[in-house]
Design a protein around this ligand. Structure first.
Ligand SMILES: [Zn+2]
Length: 432
């Protein structure tokens, strides 16, 4: 959306070192005025998504909507700081990329370019503009850094680049907040579990080599297809027999590629899979057990197997103090805190957790009466428009909670926070 829109009236300057509750209330009131434009922005982003590594247009558009068109770049992402230029800050992450899926929704603003925002990143981006513009209008205890992150869905991970960048280091981030829509929670509900909520994730590739030949003469070949079948079965025992049953772990084989004809025994089979763990010791022992089991099993069939691994996201660990503070703020924001959603899913937000106290909230978008509706990464997944405002409320609750944990004096005292830790409200963020 590039056309001019009616500008909301300028907000009255307000004290920005008020108690948590007053800060949050003021931010939520300001946010309500920003939601209609953000819903229009969400439609615009949704209609023309960009794949990981190509998100420059999306990043520019969102930076402009935040009132920071010149926000510095980190690869194809951007960092938009709202508030004082120096000193400690709280960051909120939103992902820029879409998935290589052909959208299957009936809306007029559906994507037609072969990519699709089927993970809800369009909602996160629009919600972050609401949060950022609300902080600009009202002020806040600490500057807000909007992290517009590329490549959440692809390797190499955008979060890894962003979290290790000197540009983000320069922001003096004291806490990182993220929110992801989740169909397993109902609308109005938010999960903010302390501790691990998503698994570490590694990709496995196993190449099984034999000796190819004619299907009618198997005795003069060494059939890698048969060996690979046994490798796949044997690998499942590593979860059921070699991993402590009280530790969650998953090993899924996702692809098996072999052969070109029904009457030919091929030379090799390539298997790829996904390994998900929560315990670093399990992660290390399963890497070596996968290699040893694949090698020994293939050898029993006079073939050879070699395993390689791509180390992916670490465990996504929510800071307990942030989770507790956020639960109270979410409640004040009219959102219901529910039992933590924990899963063997993964998210590269986990890279921030290794550097900053971090909090990922799962914001419910589940529809009552439709428990089996399209989920994340389904081409028909489409969170309703109201979720833009709901995710924004969750982000603001997380921001205020993080400020209260990072700088309790600044958030709770009346006016005794150092100037460098305050934001002067400016009554608006410019054109959306
Ligand atoms: Zn996602």
């Amino acid at each position: 959306m590039t056309a001019a829109r009616p500008q909301p009236p300028a907000a009255e300057p307000q004290p920005n070192a008020a108690p948590d509750g007053a800060v949050l209330t003021a931010l939520l009131q300001a946010a309500d005025q920003e939601v209609p434009a953000a819903v229009a922005l969400r439609r615009e982003l949704h209609a023309s998504p960009e794949l990981g590594g190509h998100e420059t247009r999306t990043a520019s558009r969102v930076a402009a909507a935040l009132g920071e068109p010149d926000a510095p770049s980190v690869t194809t992402g951007r960092l938009a700081r709202i508030g004082a230029a120096g000193g400690p800050s709280v960051a909120i992450r939103a992902e820029l990329d879409a998935l290589p899926l052909t959208e299957q929704t009936p809306v007029a603003w559906a994507s037609r370019n072969g990519a699709s925002h089927s993970c809800g990143h369009d909602v996160h981006l629009a919600a972050l503009t609401v949060a950022g513009r609300a902080v600009r209008r009202v002020g806040g205890p600490l500057p807000l850094v909007a992290v517009l992150q590329p490549r959440e869905e692809s390797y190499p991970s955008g979060a890894q680049d962003m979290a290790g960048s000197p540009q983000l280091e320069a922001q003096d981030v004291r806490a990182m907040v993220g929110a992801h829509v989740h169909p397993h929670a109902a609308r109005g509900q938010v999960s903010v579990g302390p501790g691990p909520v998503n698994a570490a994730h590694d990709e496995i590739t196993i190449t099984v080599r034999g000796r190819g030949g004619h299907a009618a003469y198997p005795h003069v070949t060494r059939d890698p297809v048969l060996a690979a079948a046994h490798v796949i079965l044997a690998l499942q025992h590593l979860i059921s027999r070699r991993t402590d049953p009280m530790h969650s772990a998953v090993l899924t084989i996702g692809t098996v590629q072999a052969g070109t004809a029904a009457n030919v025994i091929p030379e090799q089979v390539v298997i790829t899979g996904s390994l998900r763990t929560f315990d670093p010791a399990d992660r290390a022992s399963l890497w070596s057990a996968v290699s040893a089991t694949a090698g020994a099993t293939a050898e029993a069939y006079e073939c050879a197997a070699q395993a390689s691994f791509v180390r992916g996201e670490p465990v996504l660990n929510n800071d307990p103090a942030l989770a507790t503070a956020a639960a109270a703020c979410l409640d004040r924001a009219g959102l219901r805190v529910v039992e933590p959603l924990r899963s063997c899913g993964s998210d590269d937000f986990a890279y921030y957790c290794t550097r900053y106290p971090s909090l990922m909230m799962f914001v419910g978008v589940g529809q009552p009466g439709a428990p089996d509706g399209p989920g994340l990464h389904h081409p028909a997944f489409l969170p309703p428009e109201e979720t833009v405002g709901e995710v924004a409320r969750a982000m603001l609750a997380g921001y205020v909670a993080a400020c209260s944990v990072v700088l309790p004096d600044a958030a709770q005292a009346h006016g005794d926070a150092p100037d460098s830790m305050r934001i002067a409200p400016d009554g608006g963020g410019g054109p959306h």
